[in-house]
Design a protein around this ligand. Structure first.
Ligand code: SAH
Length: 235
């Protein structure tokens, strides 16, 4: 019985073109071990998401070879997808529970949104660049992420229609934390956001809303693209 099952699985894998996806899966496993576990990412669900989501499909074909490397990569329109460790860190630090509502600002390629969806969260994501937003929508739907909600717009304002959020994750850097995002955080909610001018030191800031009050601390020095407004000016 076991033998027949194994042959069945093998036949399925061959039919699905497994050699190539196998290679990518091996790279993902290596990325998880050497970049995430080695640096202290421990939540099994976060690690499982990174083993599963095909990061190479979120980067332009010319960068595919580097998709699992320990670095950020260009995704077009002058924007970048963060280094895997930073995506993992921001996901883990929010301690997202299944069924929670999460708002992401800066959809970019859609990779972080897919990772958040793997946390079994309800994902809302806002992207100011129309072409990136449209590409991400198409890719995520093709991959079967049917429930992620995407909007093209200025994420400085959050997405008030669906507030409050249990977690907010921002992937572009304003010089100060946007008030609307603080307001749209639920009681007990957490936010992780890079703050600082583009050419100065930026910090990932972790905020928590407890009894209506916000507490915050700097957790990691980082470098993110700026958060911009509709006229292209930095916030
Ligand atoms: N999370 C993305 C990385 C995005 S890079 C990923 O996983 O690929 C940051 C993104 O923030 C860019 O796509 C940029 O266009 C977007 N951005 C900049 N200012 C914004 C704003 N005010 N509202 C929404 N998105 C913004």
């Amino acid at each position: 019985m076991r033998g027949i099952m194994a042959w069945g699985v093998l036949a399925l894998m061959l039919a699905a073109g497994a050699p190539q996806s196998g290679t990518e899966a091996v790279r993902r496993g290596e990325m998880v071990r050497t970049q995430l576990i080695a640096r202290g990412i421990t939540q099994e669900k976060v690690l499982a998401a990174f083993r599963k989501v095909p990061r190479h499909l979120f980067v332009p074909p010319v960068y595919r070879q580097l998709a699992y490397a320990d670095q950020p990569l260009p995704i077009g329109e002058g924007q970048t997808i963060s280094q895997p460790y930073i995506v993992a860190y921001m996901t883990e630090v929010l301690a997202i529970k299944p069924g929670e509502k999460v708002l992401e600002i800066g959809t970019g390629s859609g990779y972080q949104a897919a990772i958040l969806s793997e946390m079994e969260a309800g994902v809302y994501t806002v992207e100011i660049n129309k072409s990136l937003s449209e590409n991400a929508l198409k890719l995520l739907r093709e991959m079967g992420y049917q429930t992620i909600r995407l909007k093209t717009g200025d994420g400085y304002l959050g997405w008030p229609e669906h507030a409050p959020y249990d977690a907010i994750l921002v992937t572009c850097s304003p010089s100060a934390i946007p008030e609307p995002l603080k307001e749209q955080l639920a009681e007990g909610g957490r936010m992780i956001i890079p703050v600082g001018e583009q050419h100065a030191v930026q910090y990932l800031v972790l905020l928590e809303k407890k009894n209506g009050k916000i507490r915050q601390k700097n957790v990691l020095p980082v470098r993110f693209v700026p958060m911009i407004n509709g006229q292209g000016k930095n916030y």
